[in-house]
Design a protein around this ligand. Structure first.
Ligand SMILES: Cc1ncc(COP(=O)(O)O)c(C=O)c1O
Length: 477
């Protein structure tokens, strides 16, 4: 037999056993499958299994007992490789960087770069109450799939909230999804084909880029100003690139905290109508606004604007629950796609928990307190950043981000790398920028930066990044 093929098969068997050891399906003292049985299961010859077992025995992972077979060695399964479980420090500073660093960080890591509030800023008592109520729920709610459009209770509640804002929609125009991200993914699946042009703000939430790359579309950035997209650039791009979709946050834009002005809202909608553009308005930060700003979905009445949102920023990111409000004749197609790709939207348990908190009466008070707390945090953190020469591009009306300019000569990617040694995850500017023109910016989450140690660590990382920058500049000179 070809020796390469034999080596590959042996490697496959070894990898299968290693995986069982790593996930604890096999633990110290367990007997491994017999040679004949594993050979049949894996479709290889018994000699391949013998070879694989011998090699694993040579590595000390398993041992043979004469006449009785192979057993997992006493020292047991290899320890879970922590390097694999934690964030990879050496990966490129790209749109996945912040997500990976902050999602995989250990609990002690300071995360002013992450995109969520600390757990103790969330309505924990109301969440626990809503979860406890599930103990008395009907079996079906705890055991079954949900309906294709998601919990009628939550949809009714959302429709009432939309109506309070002036957006009256029938139930046929609302679909619950497993998250805000899932909502945008479904819309992309529904409307786009690879190669289509899609507009995003520059800068914008980094995962828009990551998601659009997965859909293999052409990503086009439009410069963002303190009052919305640069309208001249927006109109030009509509003519030259004929994009199918524009994805944006009108209220408390991520990462800048800017808000769309009424004039820009009008121009965006007029240009969209003229060029057949569909707009996804991601309203995830709406409840953080002190008072409502112009909303494209409201002005357009869900004709060419699709509104999406979720509860990750205000209630719980763990629950995974979002929504799409769109034209009635699009919802059916989106429902089919959600069945095809996820066999439904949010878990009924997640949707009913969200409903419990929203209907519980304490939500408005929670948001009011949160807005006050965030206003103080924005002011305090901005004052501390100022001492390091870091200044917000604008002071947002609400929310938890400050989009900050670093002092001259400070590169935010180099700073973010240096910050890892301070146990600090930062969000460097270029991960938000399609044109890669934001290297001197940093997005700071004020709720995660309120502890003075965070800004102190940032100051130390800046010194290291500056020294590294100047020594590499002198070597290249
Ligand atoms: C603008 C924006 N949209 C969507 C999301 C994703 O939300 P979800 O947790 O619902 O997927 C985020 C998360 O940071 C966000 O900032």
């Amino acid at each position: 037999m070809d020796t390469d093929a034999l080596a590959t098969r042996t490697g496959t068997v070894m990898a299968a056993i290693r995986a069982k050891l790593a996930n604890r399906a096999l633990t110290p003292g367990d007997r491994l499958p017999s040679i004949r049985r594993l050979a049949t299961t894996m479709g290889v010859s018994p000699s391949t299994v013998v070879e694989a077992y011998d090699r694993l025995a040579a590595e000390g992972l398993i041992r043979a007992r004469r006449g009785s077979g192979f057993y997992v060695a006493g020292s047991g399964s290899p320890p879970m490789a922590l390097a694999e479980a934690g964030p990879q420090r050496d990966r490129a500073v790209d749109p996945f960087w912040v997500s990976r660093q902050s999602l995989d960080a250990d609990p002690k890591t300071m995360k002013p770069g992450c995109g969520w509030l600390p757990a103790d800023w969330m309505p924990m008592a109301a969440l626990r109450r809503a979860l406890r109520a599930h103990a008395r729920a009907e079996d079906a709610m705890l055991a079954d799939y949900g309906s294709t459009r998601g919990s009628p209770n939550l949809r009714r509640l959302l429709m009432r909230r939309f109506a309070e804002e002036g957006l009256e929609i029938p139930p046929e125009q609302l679909l619950l999804t497993a998250s805000g991200t899932q909502a945008i993914d479904l819309i992309c699946r529904f409307l786009l084909t690879p190669g289509d042009a899609v507009l995003i703000d520059d800068p914008c939430y980094f995962n828009f880029q990551a998601l659009l790359r997965a859909h293999r579309v052409r990503i086009i950035g439009v410069p963002y100003t303190p009052s919305g997209p640069d309208i001249a650039a927006f109109e030009t791009v509509l003519t030259t690139e004929r994009p199918r979709l524009y994805i944006t946050n009108s209220a408390l834009h991520n990462p800048t905290g800017a808000t769309l002005s009424p004039q820009k809202a009008y121009r965006v909608l007029s240009a969209a109508a003229q060029h057949g553009l569909t707009i996804v308005e991601d309203d995830i930060f709406v409840d953080f606004e002190p008072d409502p700003s112009p909303r494209l979905a409201l002005l357009d009445g869900l004709d060419r604007v699709i509104r999406i949102g979720s509860f990750s920023k205000t209630l719980s990111a763990s629950l995974r629950c979002g929504y799409i409000a769109a034209r009635g004749d699009w919802i059916d197609g989106l429902v089919d796609l959600q069945v095809a790709t996820g066999f439904g939207g949010p878990s009924p348990i997640a949707a009913e928990t969200v409903t419990g908190v929203l209907a519980g009466g304490g939500y408005r008070k929670h948001m009011e307190e949160l807005r006050g707390r965030l206003t103080r945090a924005r002011r305090d953190v901005a004052a501390r950043l100022e001492l390091l020469g870091i200044r917000p591009w604008l002071m947002p009306r609400g929310g938890f981000y400050l989009w900050c300019r670093l002092p001259d000569g400070c590169d935010s990617a180099a700073l973010a790398r240096a910050a890892l040694d301070e146990n600090l995850v930062l969000a460097p500017g270029n991960v938000f920028s399609v044109s890669q023109t934001a290297s001197s910016f940093l997005r700071i989450n004020v709720a995660q930066a309120i502890d003075p140690h965070v800004i102190e660590a940032l100051g130390r990382a800046m010194k290291v990044a500056k020294t590294a920058g100047s020594s590499s500049a002198s070597t290249t000179a």
